[in-house]
Design a protein around this ligand. Structure first.
Ligand code: 5AD
Ligand code: SF4
Length: 449
């Protein structure tokens, strides 16, 4: 069936985090090598794949919604449906029993088997038969080391340097859906970065569920990120998502000192109360977290911090929530992702604790924190009015093709009117900020210096 793929058009929909977006690129690369073609249009696809996320109920419900649409489509014509990613891994029984339209299930460590599973399902369908393909084994070794993902933009690229998670935060499903931590060999990563630089890529984001736990022989994350930032042609290096427990001085020095490592750290707090931090299994106290923030700021006070927060974890009281509120106020993040706690099947919290904070209270806490964060973000952005920032041009602004969109070193989105015909995506350009919102800075492009 090597050639059979060529006749078949695959449409892939991706949900969830950057790691999933990256995995979709890996899957495209694996399928392309077997002759499959791709389409952006679900209506003319022979195969629809959904790369799913299981981290919160919302993502989970969205996938079920899409599956209902596909069921209608599959009644009208031949269609092979595949569910990939974290939901495939975590909900294999539920998915195969309650959604019989799913032909193929493949978890995050099983994508090498996907071309064969699809080919089998397609061949069976041609004969009026059904062949269900399931590959959900977790691996201690799979890092897709030798697969070059299909990177979309030509300017910014992602590289997964480690996969999996051994932390078992009690609320989190990731250790179950993505398995144990394993890191890729640094030599292969650096070769990939050199290859991307030669193609004109300007920015690399190093990805991992616990990216700063990276370890390969005597390489740690500080050494890796420095080596990546030293590759000629690469102008910016970012990383996500780190855990606050793995920030040795060498890593802080690298972020603060290396001119091509971006001055931005995403530092998931989750909550600012010690009892809830312990229940979550986060391994740091509020004070240890704040000491780390101080360590960062002592090195450089212009490093932007962002975070993740969960509201309404099991047994969280109003007073305990206020500790989180005060911590957010005290740190002054540039931005925060704020979530309602949602119980996930199989997690330690689901087995040991009661999800006893009501939806109403969870929503109320989220709303209050979102309002607080909006005011902080706005204040921080306002303080940039009048400054000139160096921005990497990424492409057209979302709202208008008369405007460009780019990002600052600190990962703030900038939007400005297109004027200079000489500006192109991939350029670095100075923008003088004239006005701002909580999420975006706006301004004018100055002549390049
Ligand atoms: N409920 C709500 N938020 C969650 N996250 C992870 N698991 C859950 C859950 N069960 C959030 C955490 C994490 C981010 C990626 O998603 O804040 O840092
Ligand atoms: Fe989930 Fe915690 Fe691992 Fe992050 S560190 S992926 S929150 S278990």
């Amino acid at each position: 069936m090597e050639k059979a793929g060529a006749a078949y058009k695959v449409h892939i929909e991706t949900f969830g985090c950057q790691m999933n977006e990256y995995d979709t690129e890996l899957v495209r690369s694996l399928l392309k090598a077997k002759g499959f073609a791709f389409t952006e249009d679900r209506e003319c696809a022979d195969v629809v794949l959904m790369n799913t996320c299981a981290i919160r109920e919302h993502a989970h419900n969205k996938v079920y919604g899409h599956l209902a649409d596909l069921k209608a489509l599959k009644r009208q014509r031949k269609l092979v449906i595949g569910v990939l990613g974290c939901m495939a891994q975590n909900l294999k029984e539920e998915l195969t029993e309650t959604v019989p339209i799913v032909d193929v299930l493949a978890g995050p460590d099983s994508y090498r088997r996907l071309p064969d599973l699809l080919t089998g399902a397609i061949a069976a369908q041609e004969k009026g038969d059904v062949q269900r393909g399931i590959a959900v084994d977790l691996s201690e070794y799979e890092t897709y080391q030798d697969i070059m993902p299909e990177q979309a933009t030509g300017i910014t690229a992602w590289i997964a340097v480690m996969r999996g998670c051994d932390n078992f935060c009690t609320f989190c499903v990731v250790p179950y859906t993505r398995g144990r931590e394993r890191s890729r060999a640094p030599q292969g990563i650096i070769r990939e970065v050199e290859h991307l630089a030669a193609q004109g890529y300007k920015q690399i984001t190093l990805l991992g569920q616990n990216v700063n736990s990276y370890r390969f022989e005597d390489w740690d994350f500080a050494r890796l990120i420095t080596a990546v930032a030293d590759v000629p042609g690469i102008e910016r290096v970012r990383f996500t998502s780190p855990h606050p427990k793995d920030f040795p001085p060498a890593l802080l020095d690298a972020v603060a000192g290396h001119p091509r490592i971006c001055k931005h750290i995403h530092l998931p707090l989750q909550v600012g109360n010690d009892r809830i931090l312990r229940l979550m299994g986060r391994t740091y106290s509020r004070k240890e977290y704040l000491d780390l923030v101080e360590d960062i700021r002592r090195r450089r006070d212009d490093i932007a911090l962002t975070t993740d927060i969960i509201c309404g974890f099991c047994t969280e009281t109003e007073e305990e929530f206020l500790d989180t509120y005060l911590t957010v106020q005290e740190v002054g993040y540039h931005a925060a992702f704020i979530f309602k706690y949602s119980e996930r099947k199989n997690t330690i919290a689901a087995r040991k604790y009661q999800d006893d904070v009501s939806e109403r209270i969870k929503s109320n806490r989220v709303t209050r924190l979102v309002e607080l964060q909006k005011a902080i973000s706005l204040r921080k952005n306002r303080s940039m009015i009048g400054q000139t920032v160096r921005v990497l041009v990424e492409g057209d602004a979302k709202k208008s093709s008369d405007q460009w969109m780019g990002r600052t070193d600190t990962n703030i989105t900038a939007v400005w009117e297109k004027r200079d015909a000489g500006t192109h995506p991939g350029d670095f350009t100075p923008i003088k900020i004239s006005h701002v919102s909580a999420t975006t800075v706006f301004g004018d492009e100055l002549p390049a210096r």
